[in-house]
Design a protein around this ligand. Structure first.
Ligand code: X5A
Ligand code: ZN
Length: 674
């Protein structure tokens, strides 16, 4: 199942015809440089090219008023003076004789993408369009946008395909107020947006963009705003919000379709956003969404005005949609204080609506007034730094490295299986000639006083497989072994002596955990079980105790999103060892989700160990390792209260060591910490 790419050069054929500093960044080259980059990298060739079409009037009227449509319809016949005049009634937008045509193509391209995904022609895809859409309102153009491409697409998907729940993720640096207004009372469309806000000082300067706007009536809780109150947000800030706000809610919501307002003005170098996230963060943001809705994801270009970081970010997104492993994430040193404040505020505002947030920290009661206080405080500070920083900034901005080429290993998934188990399609059965040095070492370590030549062969094969993964000749692997504990010990030991790579060991179910090598930082062990374990031994050994072990899917999922992934991302392993203990109780769907999500780490280098008698899981595990999206977990019941409380406690305890676990800002001297 492929990835659609939708583009038409026609959408480059309009531009600003007069002088307007607010609009001069929205240029046709945005599209050409993005498309050229996809061609040059060979990514375009790997996609299924789908033609654009014009949106019909009926399509446009799904979101816009007849009066507005009729007004825009006249623009192709206007003189320059008329166009200027017409433009004046709206904010930060311009018209051109050809923009109506392009706006119909942009909306139509988005619908072509939705059709391609929902008819099963492709798994996912991206539409490169101009004009963008997320600012346009029912009866008004705004912020370079004429028709609301993504809002139209959400209504269209519901109407034409009977889609019940749509998630819209807006990672553009501006608030898509048009999308928010369109769905604010609609619980079938969950709208998430992060945006530069600076306490309402940034365009479009709306109160409606703040964290406490959560939706209306039936739609309460289905609008999630994350305001950025400072510029310069980095990879850690973005990832924190995904892991601690968007994903927990999204998994609870369980969408049937994911639409992304994919604006890249949130990337480094952008003159509008002034943020500092590197282009490769979009590989991770994309990957983290790809296991929702059974992988049905449509990314639609919105903003993005730096002609270097824009194409880089577009390529990262498309390459991830194609299934290539994401690069190791750079500098995840934890979120900044301002981001943590936003995180804390949003989580607390959404506590009443989402069971995953039910036990999130309350806002200090004083904070309602803090909103205004901060405003005043910051006004002073900001003005100073603005004056000082202005000259340095332009120099600073050009200085990010090009994302390294993502080299995909020749073999995606290698399996070590007993002879009687057939190898699933698309995988490679792995065997290796025995290296006497390895075999001797293994015999010494594991078989001093026994002679189990079969087991010895398995361990030496495993060791060889790990080495191939380290050399990037194989991406990931799966081994069915007789004794998972011993196999785990063997890989951990190998990794510890090989001193090359950190290994994240994820253990599902009860296991006797190897004692050596768990406190030197070479391995980080996270173990899910129902055994109330004794005190945590070190920063690198983290038992996660859930009441019903791994059999409660809701609790398990929230633990994966809010605990395991932040730890994993911050630890940044070179290899993930995923161990499924016999009788773990984890259902197949949740196991596939786990396997899929973990592949965002270690460039996709995951080695799965399972007990011999779990043959039945080989097929589904292998398909997750091959990059097939995990099936949707469906409507989950609320996780157990005690599990969510235990998770909060664990996070709280670990957050001094692991910054990506933080979800609240450090208290500022009020001393009211619980
Ligand atoms: C789609 C988009 C930005 C408008 C900025 C107006 N619009 N100052 O990024
Ligand atoms: Zn934008």
């Amino acid at each position: 199942m492929g990835t659609a790419l939708i583009y038409d050069e026609e959408m480059t054929k309009y531009k600003l015809l007069w002088i307007d500093p607010a609009c001069k960044i929205e240029v046709p080259e945005r599209l050409t440089v993005s498309h050229d980059a996809l061609i040059k990298t060979g990514l375009a060739d790997r996609c299924v090219s789908v033609p654009v079409r014009e949106a019909t009037e009926a399509d446009i009227l799904l979101v816009h008023s007849e009066e507005y449509l009729e007004a825009v319809k006249k623009t192709p016949y206007m003189t320059l003076e008329d166009l200027k005049e017409f433009t004046l009634q709206y904010g930060d937008v311009y018209f051109h004789p050809n923009i109506y045509h392009c706006a119909k193509l942009a909306a139509g391209a988005t619908l072509q993408l939705v059709d391609s995904v929902l008819t099963g022609k492709v798994r996912n895809g991206m539409a490169l369009v101009r004009p963008p859409g997320h600012h346009s309102l029912r009866s008004a153009a705004s912020g370079f946008c004429v028709f609301n491409n993504v809002a139209i697409a959400a209504r269209y998907a519901k109407q034409k395909y009977g889609i019940k729940r749509v998630l819209i993720v807006d990672w553009d640096v501006h608030h898509g107020q048009g999308v928010q207004y369109c769905f604010e009372d609609d619980p079938s469309v969950l709208y998430f947006s992060w945006h530069r806000f600076e306490h309402q000082k940034f365009w479009p300067n709306l109160k409606d963009s703040d964290y406490d706007i959560v939706g209306k009536e039936k739609g309460a809780g289905f609008n999630v705003n994350v305001p950025w109150n400072k510029v310069g947000m980095k990879n850690s800030d973005y990832l924190s919000v995904f892991l601690h706000v968007l994903l927990p809610i999204a998994y609870e919501f369980s969408p049937d379709l994911v639409l992304v307002c994919a604006g890249f003005d949130s990337a480094i170098g952008d003159p509008e956003g002034e943020m500092c996230a590197s282009p490769d963060i979009f590989a991770h943001l994309t990957h983290l969404l790809m296991n929702l809705a059974g992988g049905k994801l449509c990314a639609v270009l919105e903003g993005g005005y730096n002609l270097t970081s824009l194409p880089q970010s577009v390529c990262q997104t498309v390459q991830t949609l194609l299934g290539d492993p994401a690069p190791r994430p750079a500098d995840l040193d934890g979120p900044c204080t301002s981001a943590l404040e936003s995180l804390h505020c949003v989580r607390s505002a959404h506590k009443p609506y989402w069971s995953c947030l039910n036990h999130a920290a309350e806002l200090p009661t004083a904070d309602v007034s803090t909103k205004q206080i901060k405003l005043a405080e910051e006004e002073e500070k900001e003005e100073e730094t603005l004056k000082k920083g202005e000259e340095e900034k332009s120099a600073e901005v050009e200085a990010w490295p090009e994302p390294p080429k993502r080299i995909t290993p020749p073999v995606r998934t290698a399996l070590v299986l007993p002879k009687d188990v057939t190898c699933p399609d698309g995988c490679k059965r792995f065997s290796s000639s025995e290296d006497p040095v390895i075999v001797n070492k293994l015999r010494e370590n594991f078989f001093k006083d026994s002679d189990d030549s079969d087991a010895l062969t398995t361990l030496s094969t495993l060791t060889a497989l790990v080495e191939k993964m380290e050399k990037n000749e194989i991406c990931n692997g799966l081994a069915l072994v007789r004794d998972v504990s011993m196999a785990m010990k063997c890989v951990v030991q190998h990794a510890a002596t090989a001193h090359r790579n950190r290994v994240l060991v994820v253990c599902v179910g009860d296991a006797v955990v190897p004692s050596q090598g768990t406190d030197d930082g070479k391995t980080l062990l996270v173990q899910f079980s129902n055994k109330e374990s004794e005190e945590q031994k070190s920063k690198y050994h983290i038992p996660v105790c859930l009441k019903k072990g791994c059999s409660d899917v809701s609790g398990f999922t929230q633990a994966v999103l809010g605990l395991l992934l932040p730890l994993g991302y911050e630890y940044d392993p070179g290899l993930v060892l995923l161990v499924r203990m016999p009788g773990s109780g984890l259902c197949e769907g949740a196991w596939q989700q786990l396997t899929g999500l973990l592949q965002g780490l270690a460039q996709g280098h995951t080695l799965v160990l399972m007990q011999e008698d779990e043959k039945a899981c080989v097929g589904s595990t292998a398909s997750s390792l091959l990059g097939v999206a995990a099936p949707s977990l469906g409507n989950l019941h609320a996780p157990l209260k005690e599990d969510m409380e235990a998770l909060e406690r664990l996070r709280h305890r670990l957050q001094a060591d692991w910054k990506l676990l933080q979800t609240t800002a450090p208290q500022t001297g009020r001393g009211d910490e619980h």
